[in-house]
Design a protein. Sequence first.
Length: 266
Amino acid sequence: MSTITDIGPSASLPLTRSQRVKAARGAIVLGFLAFVEFGPTVGLVDPTTLIPLSAMLGELWTLLSTGALEPHVVQTFSAVFGAFALALLTGVPGGVLLWKVETLKEILDPYLLIYYAVPFFAFYPLLISIMGLGIAPIVAIAWGFSVVIVVTNTASGLAEIPEVYVKAGRDMNLTPRQLLQHVYFPAAVPYVFTGLKLGFIYALIGTIASEFILADSGLGWLISFNYDNFDVRGMYAAMLLVVLLALAVNGLLIAIEKRLYRRVRA
């Protein structure tokens, strides 16, 4: 006689692949945070090289509450968002142009592939001689880091759109502009936003690295200054702030991407 096994709410179901991936990611993050917090305490890492996470947070809170970081944050993120905005305004149209003009794509493809192998910072004396000291050469370097990934991802996304989408748009007598607005760009949202997320990170990297050598303020300058003066707590506090702000902006871009993707699928 066969019996039916009762599966109640307490019965455990196997995790899906997505849940396992999320759990693994969470475990990696928690493991890293635990190492940063307890590694210096238990002697796994020299405490003069790495301080506990709680000490970083405490120092960061002190600097934020006293307003000591405000001018540096304003300086850095004015450059980051300025460079990122320029990359967006020039990179997306540049990607469209690269996608539309096949000959131009064939000409530029080899240069785009090796672009990030070029030591871009080697040109900073030239940029200073042209633009002078200040924020302008920093924005130019950060834009140079950011714009190419936006261009290439936009062009790749538009090129990967299934032809059936385009045929459906043409059957509805959409003009080329309407096709771009209602077919191409909505279908290319994942590619374009991947380029934008990477573009923001590259703009941040370009800005912080430029401030090491070109600025007299900013978070990059502050990290370098604290390092040179053996202020490990101040250095890690500034680094932690950069990471937290980058995660916050990246999270915002992901939320916008998901919202747009839901509207496209709807």
